[in-house]
Design a protein around this ligand. Structure first.
Ligand SMILES: Cc1cc2nc3c(=O)[nH]c(=O)nc-3n(C[C@H](O)[C@H](O)[C@H](O)COP(=O)(O)O)c2cc1C
Length: 456
C-alpha cells in the first residue's frame, strides 16, 4: 500500500475511527464545560462596527457572520455562515487592511458576535507581506485585504481530542470557503496562500501554543512599493489574548500542526502573488443568489430518501471542481450515487464537472450509512462525496477538502437541496470501499430536504 508522507500519515493513522474505537470512546462530554467559542480583545482596543453600506465591511461581515440561533437547555448556539464539526468553531479571522478608503491601515480581529472589527495593530512600514515566503513579496504591498485564518484548537479538542486535528484543518478550510464565497458575492478576485512563515507570525501575534495560523487569503491588488524598501515584519508583538476562558493543552495537536510546517506546503501553492492573473472560480448561480445561499446555508439534519435531478447533481460537481486560485488541488473526489435521476446508482470518481467515471454499480445506501458510523444522513441522501488525497501536506489537503466541502454546501443550498459535512466515518472501511490507497479526509452528503409531495 502507498502511504502518505510519513509524518502526515502518522497523524491520520492515529486518529482513525473503527467500530471498536467508537464503542470504546463514544466522545461524550459534559456540555457545561465547553470552552468559549469567541475571542475578544480587551476593551481598550478600538472597535469598528461593520457597516452594511461599506463594500469592504460587507465583504468581511459575510465571511464569518452569525446566521442562525439554536436554543438548547444549556444555552443558545450561535450558528455561522461556515459549518463546523460539532458547532465548536475553533477558527478565528484576522485581516490586514491597507489603502481602503474609510479604514485605517492596520491589522484587525473580526468579532462575529458583535459584527465588528477590533484594531489590534496599526501599520507604518511593516505588514503581513513580510512573512510571505515567495521571493520578492517583501517589496510588494497588498492594497486591499490579507485575511488570516487561525485555529484555537482547544475549542475542538475539548470534545474530539486527537481527531480534532482533522476538524481544525477542515473547519479552517470551510472558513476559507466562506471567504471565497463572500469574495465571489462581492466580485473580488482572491489568492490562497498556505506557505507563509507561520512560526514567526504565530509568535508575533502572541498565540503561544494555544492558537495557530493555518492559511491566508489575499483579496486585493499587489503593487510594488514606491520606495523599493522591503516591508518590515511587525515592529512589536501583538498582546497575547486567549481564545478560550480556560485551556487544556493537547501535545498531539500541537506536534501534529508543527509537522505540517516542516512538510512542504509550497508544492500546493507555488505561484507568485497575483490574484488578478489567476483563474477564479465561477459558481452555478449569480453573485446575488450566492449571497442568499451564504445566508441560508445550514447542515441538513435529515433527508427524504427521494431523488434529485441529474442537472442539480452535475451543477454541484461543477462548483466543486472550480479552480482554487493559488493552489494546486491535490484531492480525489468520489461520489456514491443513491438517488440521482438518469444515473445508475453506484460508486463514481468525479473527474471534472461533467465526467463521472463509474467504478462499480449497485445500491450502496445501507453501506454508506454504516460507513459513516450509522448516520441516517449518509443513508438517506441522494449522493455522498468522499474526498481523499495523497496528502503532500496534511494541513493543506484537509483545508482544500474543507473549501471543496463548502462549495458543495453552497451549491446544494442555491439549488434548493440539503447538505451536510460528515467527519465521522470508519476510515479503513471507507478506504476499502472506495478501493483507494489514499487517506479519506472528508465526506459530504447532498439530498432532498423538501417533503416529496411539496417538490415542484
Ligand atoms: C468538518 C465537519 C464535520 C462534520 N461532521 C458531521 C457529522 O459527522 N455528522 C453530522 O450530522 N454533522 C456533521 N457536521 C455538521 C455540523 O454538525 C454543523 O456544521 C454544525 O452543527 C453547525 O450547524 P450548521 O452547519 O447548520 O451551521 C460536520 C461539519 C463539519 C464542518
Amino acid at each position: 500500500m502507498v502511504l502518505a508522507k510519513a509524518t502526515d500519515h502518522n497523524y491520520h493513522e492515529a486518529t482513525k475511527h473503527s467500530v471498536v474505537s467508537v464503542q470504546i470512546d463514544p466522545n461524550y462530554v459534559d456540555a457545561s464545560t465547553q470552552p468559549q467559542s469567541f475571542k475578544t480583545y480587551p476593551h481598550f482596543f478600538r472597535r469598528f462596527p461593520l457597516e452594511p453600506t461599506h463594500p469592504t465591511h460587507q465583504f468581511l461581515a459575510l465571511t464569518s457572520a452569525i446566521t442562525y440561533q439554536k436554543h438548547y437547555r444549556e444555552g443558545t448556539h450561535l450558528l455561522r455562515v461556515q459549518p463546523s464539526a460539532g458547532a465548536l468553531y475553533p477558527t478565528e479571522l484576522y485581516v490586514q487592511v491597507r489603502g481602503i478608503s474609510g479604514m485605517l491601515d492596520g491589522i484587525y480581529h473580526l468579532e462575529p458576535e458583535t459584527n465588528s472589527l477590533t484594531l489590534i495593530y496599526e501599520l507604518i512600514d511593516d505588514g503581513i507581506e513580510a512573512y510571505f515566503t515567495d521571493a520578492g513579496n517583501d517589496i510588494r504591498l497588498v492594497k486591499g485585504c490579507i485575511l488570516l485564518v487561525s485555529c484555537v484548537y482547544f475549542r475542538s479538542s475539548w470534545k474530539y481530542r486527537n481527531r480534532s486535528l482533522r476538524y481544525c484543518f477542515l473547519d479552517s478550510g470551510h472558513h476559507l470557503g466562506a471567504i471565497e464565497a463572500s469574495a465571489y458575492a462581492s466580485g473580488y478576485d482572491y489568492q490562497l496562500l498556505f506557505d507563509v512563515d507561520w512560526p514567526a507570525l504565530n509568535e508575533d501575534f502572541g498565540f503561544e501554543t494555544k492558537e495557530f495560523f493555518t492559511a491566508a487569503m489575499v483579496v486585493g491588488e499587489v503593487k510594488a512599493r514606491a520606495t523599493k524598501k522591503p516591508v518590515r515584519r511587525l515592529r512589536s508583538p501583538i498582546p497575547t489574548v486567549s481564545g478560550t476562558d480556560y485551556f487544556e493543552p493537547n501535545r498531539f495537536i500541537e506536534v501534529g500542526y508543527q509537522a505540517t510546517l516542516r512538510a512542504q506546503a509550497s508544492a500546493d501553492s507555488a505561484v507568485p502573488l497575483q490574484p488578478r492573473l489567476l483563474q477564479q472560480p465561477t459558481f452555478p448561480v449569480q453573485p446575488a443568489q450566492w449571497q442568499e445561499a451564504i445566508q441560508q446555508r445550514r447542515s441538513a439534519r435529515r433527508f427524504y430518501p427521494t431523488a434529485i435531478s441529474q442537472k442539480s447533481f452535475l451543477a454541484v460537481c461543477d462548483a466543486l471542481h472550480q479552480p482554487l486560485p493559488g493552489a494546486l488541488k491535490t484531492l480525489e473526489i468520489y461520489a456514491v450515487l443513491h438517488r440521482v435521476d438518469e444515473q445508475s446508482s453506484g460508486l463514481y470518481r468525479t473527474i471534472d464537472d461533467k465526467t463521472l467515471h463509474c467504478l462499480k454499480t449497485g445500491e450502496f445506501h445501507t453501506q454508506t450509512g454504516h460507513l459513516c458510523i450509522n448516520q441516517a444522513i449518509a443513508r438517506d441522501c441522494a449522493a455522498i462525496f468522499f474526498i481523499t488525497s495523497a496528502c503532500h501536506n496534511y494541513r493543506v489537503s484537509l483545508q482544500q477538502a474543507g473549501v471543496v466541502g463548502h462549495r458543495i454546501y453552497l451549491a446544494a443550498t442555491a439549488l434548493g437541496l440539503g447538505c451536510s459535512g460528515i467527519g465521522a466515518f470508519y476510515d479503513d472501511e471507507v478506504q476499502a470501499f472506495l478501493g483507494t490507497d489514499q487517506p479519506v479526509l472528508y465526506a459530504i452528503a447532498v439530498g432532498q430536504t423538501t417533503r416529496p409531495d411539496l417538490i415542484t
